[in-house]
Unconditional design. Structure first.
Length: 61
């Protein structure tokens, strides 16, 4: 089983850059108050992710 961190993909250092690459069905998250962002699929957004300190910035509700 892969770690949740393996599912994050590339880092984005700008929310605008992440928005450009994210599809409407993906979610943008951060864990450091907006210094880096990750684009993930909704199935990755779990309680485990929140316990690791990640927060949803925008995406599917």
């Amino acid at each position: 089983m892969s770690s949740i961190l393996d599912q994050l993909g590339p880092k984005y250092f700008s929310l605008d850059a992440a928005r450009v690459d994210a599809s409407p069905t993906e979610v943008i998250i951060t864990n450091d108050e907006g210094n880096t962002y990750y684009i993930v699929t909704p199935d990755v957004v779990t309680e485990e992710l929140f316990q690791l300190g990640y927060k949803k910035v925008e995406g599917e509700e």
